[in-house]
Design a protein around this ligand. Sequence first.
Ligand code: COA
Length: 212
Amino acid sequence: MRTARNTVNTLARLNDGTTLHILPLIPQDKNCLQAGYMCLSKRSRYYRFLTFQKKLNDKQLKYLTEIDYIKHFAPGARLASQYGKGIGIGRFVRIAEEPDTAEVGLITIDAYQQKGLSTLFLQLLAQYARQNKLRIFRGYVLEDNHKLLNFVRHFHANISWEGGPVLKVDIKLSDIETAPYQLRPVYLPDLKKRVVSVPKIQSSGTIQPYNG
Ligand SMILES: CC(C)(COP(=O)(O)OP(=O)(O)OC[C@H]1O[C@@H](n2cnc3c(N)ncnc32)[C@H](O)[C@@H]1OP(=O)(O)O)[C@@H](O)C(=O)NCCC(=O)NCCS
């Protein structure tokens, strides 16, 4: 049966070998989301949520976890070890006035940044978005968010000024398909489960095959 929990239900490996379980958020994830939020640095918190508040309030938790999986979709990543600690979330919310566009939010807790998680989320979100007739992912980003601005260069983002310190970042879904680090779906024979893996990029730029 196609339930919220199995629309995306995937094991994933980051480029340092960390194994993750990727599952769409459900209302019962509020505590896990709060715990992940509280692990963020102030800077990451501000760049993603535009607030320094120490905890998410009930209204925010409801909005972020009680989603319809069509207009608003959000897979989260939990460590396969450490009792499923949440380490990141990808999210898109369709923009009502622009039927082919969705606003995207990405967050990886600081200790797990630069290991390929947002790349993985962007690709999983794009696969799902294409089935729902979307063409563009949009982000509204602060102009000093260099990590994000570096990250979106890999996807040929179109960046324009929105006013004040905010930039509008548009990425075509077709440019996510041709990005340098493509997910590699593999099957672990013992688990009989699909695993997607971010390939390791060696300094020479060649991609190492993932052997499961
Ligand atoms: C911006 C942010 C979302 C990126 O998340 P991340 O999980 O670190 O992203 P990735 O690891 O996929 O990519 C980061 C870098 O690693 C690189 N990378 C990814 N997979 C790789 C691989 N297999 N081999 C080598 N490099 C890889 C990416 O190309 C990117 O390179 P860059 O340094 O040139 O940008 C993260 O820094 C964050 O959460 N910031 C705070 C919140 C925020 O700003 N959100 C965006 C606004 S909504």
